[in-house]
Design a protein around this ligand. Structure first.
Ligand code: ADP
Ligand code: ADP
Length: 225
C-alpha cells in the first residue's frame, strides 16, 4: 500500500570527470498511504537530490522509483511529466505564486491546465482556501498577503489537482519561528484531511517529531527505511 517506494537508489554526480561526488548509495525509502514522513538531513547530505528523484525531475544511476506500485524507472520524459502532473504536488521554501494573479486564480490555473472546468476549479480552490483559513483572502494578490498566508496559498496550489503524494522542501523555512509552527500545523492538517501521503524535508527537529515517521539522511549518504 505504498504511495512512494525508492529501491536501492544510487546517484553520483560528475561520474565522467575526476571529481565524482557520490551522493546517494543504495537508498531505500517508502511512504505509505496517508503517511506524513519527515526527511531530516544535514546540508549536503543529498536531500535535494532525493526530492528531485522522488519528484521525477531527475533520474538515479541505479535503483527503482515506484509510485502507487507502478515502476517509473526508465519511462520517457513525456510519461514522467504526465505522472508528475497527475500524482505529485510540490511545495518549496518560497511560494513561487504568480504575482499578477489572485490567491484563488493561483489555485485555479493548474487545474485549468489539467483540463478541469472553470466551475469545478473555482469550487475546489475555495474549498482548499477555506481549509487553510484564507476564504477572506481569495481575491488578494500574493504581495497583499503575509509570508504565512502566501505559503498557505502555495499548499492549496500543490493540492489543486488532487495528487497522491506531496513533496515539500523546507515548506516553512522562510518564515519566522512562531509563524513557521502555525503554518506547519496547517500543512499537516491539510495533508491529513485530504488523506494524501507526504514527504516533508525540514531542518526543524521539533516539527519533524510531529510527523508519523522520520527518515534521516546521514553524512554517509545512506538512509534507513
Ligand atoms: P542537500 O540538498 O542535502 O544540501 P544536494 O542533494 O543538493 O544536498 O547535494 C548533495 C551533494 O551533491 C553536495 O555535495 C552537492 O555539492 C553535490 N551536487 C549536487 N548537485 C550536483 C551537480 N549537479 N553536480 C555535481 N555535484 C552536485
Ligand atoms: P501571519 O504571521 O499570521 O501570516 P502577519 O502577522 O504577517 O500574518 O500579518 C497580519 C495580517 O497583515 C495578515 O492578515 C496579512 O494578510 C496582512 N499583511 C501582511 N503583510 C501585508 C502587506 N504587505 N500588504 C497587505 N496586507 C498585509
Amino acid at each position: 500500500n505504498d504511495v512512494l517506494r525508492l529501491e536501492n537508489i544510487s546517484k553520483t554526480y560528475g561520474k565522467d570527470g575526476t571529481a565524482a561526488v557520490p551522493v546517494l548509495k543504495d537508498l531505500n525509502l517508502r511512504v505509505g498511504a496517508g503517511e506524513v514522513v519527515a526527511l531530516v538531513a544535514p546540508s549536503g547530505a543529498g536531500k535535494s537530490t532525493l526530492l528531485h528523484i522522488a519528484g521525477l525531475l531527475d533520474t538515479p544511476d541505479s535503483g527503482r522509483v515506484l509510485l502507487k506500485g507502478r515502476d517509473l524507472t526508465g519511462l520517457s520524459d513525456k510519461l514522467r511529466t504526465a505522472a508528475r502532473r497527475e500524482e505529485l504536488g510540490f511545495v518549496y521554501q518560497f511560494h513561487h505564486l504568480l504575482p499578477e494573479f489572485t490567491a484563488e486564480e493561483n489555485i485555479v490555473l493548474p487545474q485549468l491546465a489539467n483540463g478541469v472546468s472553470e466551475k469545478i476549479s473555482k469550487e475546489r480552490a475555495r474549498d482548499l482556501l477555506g481549509r487553510v483559513g484564507l476564504t477572506h483572502r481569495a481575491d488578494h494578490r500574493p504581495a497583499q498577503l503575509s509570508g504565512g498566508e502566501q505559503q498557505r496559498v502555495a499548499f492549496c496550489r500543490a493540492l489543486a489537482n488532487g495528487p497522491a503524494l506531496l513533496l515539500a522542501d523546507e515548506p516553512t523555512g522562510n518564515l519566522d519561528p512562531g509563524t513557521s509552527d502555525r503554518v506547519f500545523d496547517v500543512l499537516v492538517s491539510l495533508v491529513r484531511e485530504t488523506g494524501l501521503a507526504a514527504l516533508i524535508a525540514t531542518h526543524n527537529l521539533q516539527l519533524a517529531e510531529r510527523m508519523d515517521r522520520i527518515i534521516r539522511l546521514g553524512e554517509g549518504a545512506r538512509a534507513e527505511m
